[in-house]
Write a protein that binds this ligand. Sequence first.
Ligand code: SAH
Ligand code: SF4
Length: 356
Amino acid sequence: MPTGNDRINAEGAGEGLRDLHTLTHGELTELLASLGQPKFRAKQVEEWVWSKNARSFDDMTNLPKSLREELAARLTLGGVEEVARQVSVDGCRKYLLRFPDGVSVECVGMPSRGKLAVCVSSQAGCPMGCSFCATGAAGLTRSLTSSEIYEQVMHVRDDFNTRVTSVVFMGQGEPFLNYDATLGALRRLNDPEGAGIGARHLTVSTCGVLPQIMRFANEPEQFTLAISLHSAVQRTRNALMPGVRKYSLVNLYNVMGEYVNKTGRRPTYEYALMGGVNDTDSELQALCDFCEGTLAHVNLIQLNEVEGSKLRPSTDLRAQDFVRALAAVGVEATVRNSRGADIDAACGQLKQRLSK
Ligand code: SAH
Ligand code: SF4
């Protein structure tokens, strides 16, 4: 079996070239030294890859032409390809991106008042099977690598030709079932020599994989955490989110208490309102009990309807009842309006194929 380095050093290997994004700083430095290059080259190459998102070695104009050719003979530059896009009336753009192995994922760019938020996928598909989510219905194809997550952000940045101000991991997949790649992508997004996005503007949304929530609490960066709650009644949540049945609400409550103690940061609870399912008086009471006295922000989302599902959104009036009742027990709540709903780019509507 050839090692990674054999592949990097093989001349003109054609197929099976290693993606430069997967090289560590040490490996890149070693490769450049073996090509007789001075030390500062590694930094130059990394700037092209991570900060400028170069699509070809020829773009790397401050490298000698001979070096660009030598690198091109040994390495690829990822090669995510846009296979389709849709543009929403509200300015959101949804992209279907395909990786070299043929696996595709969706990501979304959401511009507003000089800012650009990007929603990325952490997996192609998702194994959790939440009943209200279009991604869940398709199952898992595979997890993404950290550079595949990162490349989605850079693709959107280059398309809008503007700085990305925030990233949410709310596309396809469960980030905490792909923890290391998620963390690697977060760090690269945060790195001033990468995308340079402040940690607080990088949000991971999880359906509640408890061991990884504690791991996340112990990371040194101030990343933001969102939890898909959707019901504070165990029986309802089990039915809606079968993949997290083994992590009970009591345990989620305790782990979130530890998370807040450890980090001092306010988590967001995502709650998609579904008529007659989780918007009843008893569900509202359970939600108030779950949040009262804790540091929490509740994001109420009107359910985005998913093809083939009987679940329906709640009414706006009901959403306002929730906001008022939560406020009465000291819990901050907002009703989030869905963006990109006309192009199925809203939460839970990302599927692997562009449907329209
Ligand atoms: N797997 C992670 C992140 C991706 S889902 C998670 O579950 O948190 C991103 C967000 O969209 C989650 O809060 C999820 O619960 C929500 N969501 C999924 N389907 C939805 C739908 N049909 N309507 C509204 N929100 C939905
Ligand atoms: Fe997966 Fe999140 Fe959808 Fe559940 S809501 S199926 S965890 S992507």
